[in-house]
Design a protein. Structure first.
Lengths: 364, 308
């Protein structure tokens, strides 16, 4: 029998950094085929429904961008923290807060808004996300409370804040007790790209909020790869002792990581409530905040990688919706694939630092 | 006074039991130096396995076994990628949570709204259950509740009174030293991770078949994360886990109780109480870094390669 073992590489393999995500995607697709077959579906047909049909026309492609955009934005923010080993996993809650702050403005100025309203909402949303994240930052920086647990607990609380508002003070009086706010006025909505004369997007829901993400990608890249602050974050993640020795203030890193990721999540929240949803309601739980963790990991904490990974994750969302409609399979299938993908990726990552070798016969 | 406190204490104890189960399992895992953040996912899988078993007429004991098996299976997947393949434990735990939530929602879809045809009911112990206050709370548990108390005592005994427990704790402190003493680090860690999976699975069984007795998506509602916080709160000591869990059960029960006697508080504020309490408790315990550092397993969360 041949026994295998892991042999540490002298240096991390650069090739494997690119191969591992592809391998993980391939493994996930393979399991996907098996799952479809097990469910009694023709695997190839199910595959087409899940991965190809959703993006086979322009409206599908625009839906893909519409979902990828908030995922990418949140993941860019998270990646900055993850590089410093600061694990904000409460981006979902920070996104809700962004949505809440923007909604507050949209409701307050429902009839008297002007062109200034949307920019004000964008600002308010970013502040909302930052404020919610700053609770975690303060508790971690000054009381050493674990940021993973605190940020996650606050996500549950943020969810209840949304529910309190839409079942209570912010409920639309004309909604027959449905837990929804009023539909935002035009001043409080992102304009559709089609309205700006982008004919390719005629008839689609793609709106100007994607421009925020498009601007964020190069900014994040410059911050992470070319700025001294980005370097400090990376060092405090890879070698905390070295970072302390060099005098990088740990508290500052914690604040920076959480404010940036909270702000990005808040912006994603605005792009949702002032975008495809156009209101705040209790069913808005897209789980983008959690999926963005996978996006950040799959994109190798790199801005370009994250942009690509967000497209793939958005496709998983669309595929889940498509199999629900076409094949009557539960939408949760996309969450299964997401979890599998992250798990396979983490497993495949072993190849970056180790190679597989045989146990020498003498050792057996 | 006693009449109003008694039901409060009883529901506090009932709510504490699954938290104790999950947190005890995680405590053993962390004592071996491994951080498994996937509790919530393993609990959901356990809950699903248990519910599916009773829904198909399998009975209660098979339900427990199925839940434990589901938890073990999930935990071994986590063990393989973190212990064998050296993946980051934080990320691996998160992936397990996402996967568990996805699979339980996907497979559990067919049971949504179903009532469990069999469930764990309270088994009052004769005489003892008549003791004021303690009787209705501690001596009127269901079978899983009594099992929890036994597992609590058993885990404490194992960790502090057996050779194997000592070996496990020393691996958590320093795997290098432990290996030089001839201990099998990975093997013990796999064992601990599997134990944690079994306990989380049984905790899930508690929610599905003893507490809610019907299926709903995400029925553990973050209690896996609260259990993780409990381990820190307990500074990695079993009996304190039970104390912390009772405290949490008390906070949740108090919310329900206030509502029942007609106090005007928003349902949503009450529902947030356990999560806010978790944050408060984490802050209170973590502020004293000396205390945490003295008690946390020194190798917690750090990968260890057998050949290195």
């Amino acid at each position: 029998m041949i026994r295998l073992r892991l042999v540490p590489r002298a240096q991390p393999s650069r090739a494997m950094l690119f191969v591992a995500p592809l391998l993980a995607i391939a493994l996930t697709l393979l399991v996907g085929l098996l799952v479809f077959a097990w469910l009694g579906q023709n695997p190839l047909r199910a595959f087409r429904v899940f991965f190809v049909d959703p993006v086979s026309d322009m409206s599908g492609v625009s839906e893909l961008f519409l979902k990828a955009s908030p995922l990418c934005l949140i993941a860019l923010g998270l990646a900055i923290g993850f590089r410093a080993s600061i694990w904000n996993i409460g981006a979902e809650g920070q996104m809700y807060m962004g949505g809440i702050f923007a909604t507050g403005l949209a409701i307050a100025f429902h009839d008297r808004g002007g062109a200034w309203l949307l920019p004000a909402m964008i600002l308010a949303g970013a502040i909302g996300g930052m404020l919610w994240a700053s609770i975690t930052a303060a508790l971690r920086a000054h009381f050493h409370a674990n940021e993973i647990l605190v940020s996650l607990m606050l996500t549950y609380v943020a969810d209840y804040v949304v529910k309190y508002l839409v079942f209570g003070p912010w409920q639309d009086p004309q909604a027959n007790n449905f837990p929804i706010t009023v539909q935002f006025s035009d001043n409080a909505l992102f304009p559709l790209l089609a309205q700006w004369g982008w004919e390719a997007f005629e008839g689609t829901r793609l709106n100007a909020s994607v421009l925020i993400t498009l601007a964020a990608i190069p900014l994040a890249w410059i911050f992470m790869e070319r700025s001294f602050l980005g370097f400090q974050l990376l060092v405090s993640g890879l070698a905390p002792a070295a970072a302390r020795y060099a005098g990088f203030a740990e508290k500052r890193m914690v604040w920076l990581a959480l404010l940036v990721s909270g702000g990005a999540a808040g912006l994603a929240g605005v792009s949702e409530v002032a975008g495809p949803i156009g209101q705040l309601n209790d069913r808005w739980q897209p789980l983008y905040g959690f999926t963005a963790i996978i996006v950040a990991a799959l994109g190798r904490l790199n801005a370009i990688g994250i942009a690509l990974a967000s497209l793939l994750m958005a496709l998983l969302y669309l595929g889940g919706e498509a199999v629900q409609i076409t094949l009557q399979l539960p939408k949760a299938l996309s969450q299964v694939f997401q979890g599998l993908l992250l798990m396979f990726l983490l497993g495949c990552d072993v190849l970056v630092n180790y190679r597989i070798g045989r146990v020498p016969a003498a050792a057996l | 006074m006693l009449e109003s406190v008694t039901p409060l204490a009883a529901s506090a104890v009932a709510l504490a039991m699954p938290l104790i189960l999950a947190a005890l399992g995680e405590l053993v895992v962390e004592r071996a130096g491994v951080l498994n953040l996937g509790l919530e996912g393993m609990m959901l899988l356990g809950a699903l396995a248990a519910f599916a078993t009773v829904a198909h007429g399998g009975g209660l004991v098979p339900a427990i076994l199925a839940a434990a098996a589901a938890g073990i299976l999930a935990s071994l997947a986590f063990g393989f990628i973190t212990l064998t393949l050296q993946a980051n434990q934080v990320a691996a735990g998160l992936s397990l949570t996402i996967l568990g939530a996805g699979v339980s929602a996907f497979v559990g879809r067919q049971y949504v709204g179903f009532r469990a045809p069999a469930s764990f009911e309270d088994l009052p112990i004769p005489l003892l259950s008549k003791v004021p206050l303690l009787g209705p709370s501690l001596f009127s548990l269901n079978a899983l509740g009594y099992a929890t108390l036994a597992l609590l005592a058993g885990t404490a005994w194992f960790l502090y009174r057996t050779r194997a427990g000592l070996a496990l704790r020393s691996i958590g402190e320093s795997p290098v030293v432990a290996r030089s003493l001839g201990l099998h680090v990975s093997r013990v860690r796999y064992g601990a991770v599997a134990f944690g999976g079994a306990m989380a699975g049984i905790a899930g069984c508690y929610y599905a078949v003893a507490q809610f007795k019907m299926w709903q998506e995400g029925l553990t509602s973050g209690n896996g994360w609260i259990a993780l916080a409990l381990v820190v709160f307990a500074t990695w000591r079993p009996l304190r886990v039970a104390f912390g869990a009772l405290l949490f059960g008390g906070v949740s029960a108090l919310g329900l109780y206030l509502q029942a006697i007609g106090v005007q508080v928003s349902t949503f504020a009450l529902a947030s109480l356990p999560y806010l309490a978790t944050v408060a408790v984490l802050v209170a315990i973590s502020a004293d870094q000396q205390m945490i550092r003295r008690h946390a397993p020194a190798s917690l969360g750090k990968p260890f390669h057998d050949d290195s």
